[in-house]
Every structure is written in C-alpha cells, then in structure tokens.
Design a protein around this ligand. Structure first.
Ligand SMILES: Nc1ncnc2c1ncn2[C@@H]1O[C@H](COP(=O)(O)OP(=O)(O)OP(=O)(O)O)[C@@H](O)[C@H]1O
Length: 254
C-alpha cells in the first residue's frame, strides 16, 4: 500500500527524519508512538505529501508520491491533522462538503450520492447538533470530530490520524476509533495513526511503529511490540500490562 525507503528530512541545523523504511500493508491499523519531538508528525506529513522536500523514495499504491497530482492524492489518502486551524469561518456543513471535492469535476455541484455519503457520516459521528456552527466557534473536540468527519467523507483507502483523539472525551475517542476499526475490518481501510495513549493503541492497532529521534526503532504486531521493555527503551518510563475481558491495557507509571 505504502512503501517508503530510506526517508531523510532535514531543516537547517537539524536532521528530523533519519533513514526511515516503512512497508505499510493494506487493511491494517498502524499506531505510531514516540516521544515529543521524535518526528511523528513530520513523518506523517512527508507520507501525506504535505512536506515534499524529503530524500528517499515513497510509493503510494504503486505510484511515486511525487508524481501524484494533489487532487488524485486526495482520492487516495486523507489526513486528520493534529491541529486544524483556520481563520475562514466555514460552517461544519461546508467543511464536510469539502471531503467530496476530490471526487468532483471542477465547478460541478455535489450530487445525490455525495449528499448521502455526507448525511451518513453526520449520523454516524453525531454531528447533527453542530452542523450549522462555524468551525471557528467550535470547541477543540467538536472541531476534531468535524475534521474527522470530513476525512471519512473523502472515502479514501488510506487514512492518517495525527493524535486525532487528543481533544476528545473518552466516549468520542473510543466511538471514533471503533468506527475506524470497523472500516479496517469491513472495507480493508489502511490506517496510520499517531498515539500518545498506550491503551488506545493497544485496543485498536494491529501493528506498532516506535519512533525515536527520527528513526524507527521497532515495528511489529501490537501484542509483541507494545511491551514494557520497548516502552521503557523508547519513553524511559515504566509500564504494566493488564488484561481484562480479552482486552489489553497498558498502564504507564514513573
Ligand atoms: N519546520 C521546522 N523547522 C525546525 N524544526 C522543526 C520543523 N518541523 C519540525 N521541527 C522539529 O523537528 C522535531 C520533530 O517534530 P515533530 O512535530 O515531527 O515531532 P512529534 O514527534 O510529532 O512531536 P509531538 O509528540 O510533540 O507532537 C521537533 O524537534 C521539532 O521542533
């Protein structure tokens, strides 16, 4: 699905991403974990085409990332960024409609099918009560849910989430991740998501990618990778694994 080889990215005075290789498979949910400043957002922005001046090669669905036109790339991958800041006062409905733009011809209107896709996601994500509100007037969590909705409406085979549950209360965090997980099972959606919460990562991810100081230090099945030993090595923090009702929880402590 995505093949990244020897990715390097620097800004003056700092190498941020150092020789990263990744092979992302279809229909898998990947969690990227790493300390603050380890390069998670930068790596995502590179693979999503937001940062273009990287070194190395990236293939997305068999095609060189640099050869994609912006609109074609938006048909293939959607990103829910860490912070969505805008000074334009679009309302939520207008933001959601933008999710269909990559699929439309220039200057054409949204059709019945587009409206159905939007309405379905509004219902699914319980966005009805905020649909007429301006995005600039929303709380952090409401804004995150709206941007999440736009990404689902984009109906791409690949979804990137950058700490996209960080502002959500536990109900919405789990309900959104569950909906993403369902799409992985039912539609073979491929997901790459940055997490700071070990438990959320352990509940929803198939594989974990540990990033430290711009390098991938471990990658593998969640069960074998999200271990106290690896967590200690990457974050310098202790943790305990707990199991209940077949679910695994990771509790970090100092
Ligand atoms: N444009 C830039 N110019 C200078 N330094 C940058 C730039 N972009 C990122 N950095 C630096 O690169 C490092 C990695 O940043 P990045 O945002 O990718 O980290 P992260 O792992 O996502 O962190 P966090 O967990 O805090 O969100 C940081 O030290 C950051 O300050």
């Amino acid at each position: 699905m995505i093949k990244a080889e020897n990715i390097n990215y620097s800004v003056p005075g700092k190498n941020i991403i150092k020789g990263v290789d990744l092979h992302i498979k279809k229909g898998r949910f990947y969690g990227i974990l790493g300390p603050n400043g380890s390069g998670k957002t930068t790596l995502m922005d590179i693979i999503c085409g937001v940062i273009a001046d990287y070194h190395g090669s990236i293939e997305v669905m068999g095609k060189d990332l640099k050869k994609y036109h912006k609109k074609d790339l938006a048909k293939v991958l959607a990103l829910v960024p860490q912070n969505f800041n805008t000074s334009f006062s679009f309302n939520v409905e207008e933001i959601l409609e933008m999710g269909r733009y990559p699929h439309k011809k220039k200057f054409s209107f949204l059709g019945k099918e587009d409206r159905e896709i939007i309405n379905e996601v509004v219902k699914e994500l319980e966005l009805g009560s905020i649909i007429d509100k301006k995005i600039t007037d929303l709380s952090g969590g409401e804004r995150q849910r709206a941007i999440f909705g736009k990404a689902l409406i984009q109906e791409t085979p690949i979804l990137f989430l950058d700490e996209s549950t960080s502002n959500l209360d536990p109900y919405y965090a789990h309900s959104l991740l569950k909906k993403v997980r369902d799409r992985v099972e039912e539609k073979s959606l491929t997901v790459i998501s940055v997490f700071h919460d070990f438990t959320l990562a352990s509940l929803y991810c198939d594989e974990i990618i540990f990033l430290k100081d711009g390098k991938v230090v471990k990658i593998g099945e969640t069960e074998h990778t999200l271990t106290p030993e690896n967590i200690k090595n990457v974050f310098n923090i202790n943790s305990k694994m707990m199991e209940s009702d077949d679910k695994k929880f990771v509790i970090p402590y100092m």
